[in-house]
Write a protein that binds this ligand. Structure first.
Ligand code: PLP
Length: 434
């Protein structure tokens, strides 16, 4: 009945992220679904208890006066000023960075930040002579977070470099692989020569693979971005110091050419929608301006919950003592279940270095993992097919993209076991029937 604009059509078509969030929402309301899709964090009792305590304190102190004040007012478009200062003090205290509130902007979840950033640094640029050029955002290592894919409003989009795939062992066991940045291909991209790359972006730890780019890889990406005069966007949604779901040694660096994006979601607060961007003040002012137009102001609720936990370092301690060990144990459980369920299947797992997923590679899988996803969903097990994660890559001649799936390890052992058993059966059928 209604006609939507080009913008409307672009943002309302069946995107992979819409499918993912729809699956997630429907699974939450249903019993008996083995939810290994989506990116919902786990409910960890010790973490829940801390959040409940903060909420009680907020409600009790002075009859909730400060909380009512907080939710009774808009914040400024850059975000709640007191919280910005708390974040800056936290980062100075732990990392020694020269940051103030002017370096920090809040957004309604970090997804919201990526929408802004990819449209600030990608899309059409018009120079002083009126010449227009389309710029892309470079993802140095595919596969990457599927939520980036549909964010660009105009042209340009993403350019991604396929990974170098190395076989690997994990805890002395075979059957693993690791993606590494192909720097030769990256540095020789023709898009550098014509200036059509507007920014470089990577998630670390990476969703979907659980890869943690090494410090050497990060240093090289940082140097490359600086030498080409574009910012390096680091998506730290699973990184340190919160939720700190990293199992390899890694450093976190920041300077004014780096745009560092944090999220409160994976510590267990996805419902408060709070993203934190640390960047050059010019970028922070741009994000605040975008917030004003799109949201007036970002939500204050997440900032109110997180402020005391950052001020007393509780969020950092919780991450070290509960969140990281929880996902570490989940990783072990999922790997054991996979080994038990599929001894006869040519399965390889990406080395689990962080985040809340395992990335499984079924080499040569007939019909591909899109079909595997559909068969599993019909039987009540949700996983994510690999291909949509190859954002910015033409996967037509790249079968590897159709041989991988992402499974979440946030669920309890019973759900993991049922889900993995269902995957094993469906994969065996596909290999057998061709
Ligand atoms: N970046 C990565 C790598 C993610 O996995 C997610 C969510 O799953 C996001 C960003 C966006 O999260 P949020 O908007 O909840 O901060």
């Amino acid at each position: 009945k209604f006609n939507f604009s080009d913008f409307g059509q672009k943002f309302t078509r069946e995107s992979a992220i819409l499918q993912l969030m729809d699956d997630l929402g429907q699974a939450l309301g249903q019993d008996g679904v083995n939810m290994l899709g989506g990116g919902n964090p786990a409910r960890i009792p010790a973490v829940n208890a801390v959040f409940a305590e903060v909420l009680r304190d907020l409600a009790q102190v002075d009859g909730a006066a400060a909380m009512v004040e907080n939710i009774g007012n808009y914040s400024e478009p850059q975000g709640d000023r007191a919280f910005l200062q708390t974040v800056a003090a936290f980062l100075r205290r732990h990392y020694g960075w020269d940051v103030s509130a002017d370096n920090i902007a809040l957004t309604n979840g970090s997804q919201n930040a990526f929408f802004y950033l990819f449209n600030l640094f990608g899309g059409a640029f018009t120079d002083a002579n009126g010449q227009t050029q389309q710029k892309s955002v470079l993802l140095p290592l595919a596969p990457e977070y599927v939520g980036y894919a549909d964010t660009p409003v105009g042209g340009g989009g993403f350019v991604a470099v396929p990974p170098r795939i190395e076989t690997a062992t994990f805890q002395g066991q075979d059957g693993f692989f690791k993606y590494r940045v192909d720097f030769d291909a990256l540095e020789q991209l023709p898009q550098w020569a014509d200036g059509s790359i507007g920014a470089v972006c990577c998630s670390r730890p990476t969703n979907p693979t659980g890869n943690v780019l090494t410090d050497a890889e990060m240093a090289r990406l940082d140097a490359l971005a600086q030498s080409r005069g574009v910012p390096l966007i680091i998506d730290n949604a699973y990184g340190m110091p919160f939720p700190n779901i990293i199992h390899t040694p890694a450093q976190l660096n920041w300077h004014e050419n780096i745009i560092l994006c944090f999220s409160l979601s994976k510590v267990g607060l996805p419902g408060v929608r709070c993203g934190i961007v640390v960047a050059h003040p010019q970028i922070v002012r741009a994000l605040a301006a975008l917030n004003a137009v799109v949201n007036l102001a970002p939500t204050r609720f997440g900032a109110a919950v997180a402020a005391p936990l950052l001020a007393n370092d509780c969020l950092k301690t919780l991450s070290e003592q509960h969140i990281r060990p929880f996902y570490r144990a989940q990783t072990e459980t999922a790997l054991r279940l996979l080994r038990e369920a599929m001894p006869d299947v040519p399965l390889r797992v990406h080395v689990p270095e962080g985040a809340i997923f395992l990335w499984l590679w079924f080499e040569g899988l007939p019909q591909g993992t899109g079909e595997l996803y559909r068969r599993l969903k019909a039987q009540g097990t949700l996983v994510l097919p690999g291909e949509p994660f190859f954002v910015g890559m033409d996967t037509a001649d790249y079968p590897h993209a159709r041989e991988c799936i992402r499974i979440s390890i946030a669920q309890d052992e019973a759900v993991l076991a049922r889900g993995i058993a269902a995957i094993a059966a469906a994969v065996r059928d596909l290999y057998r029937d061709g």
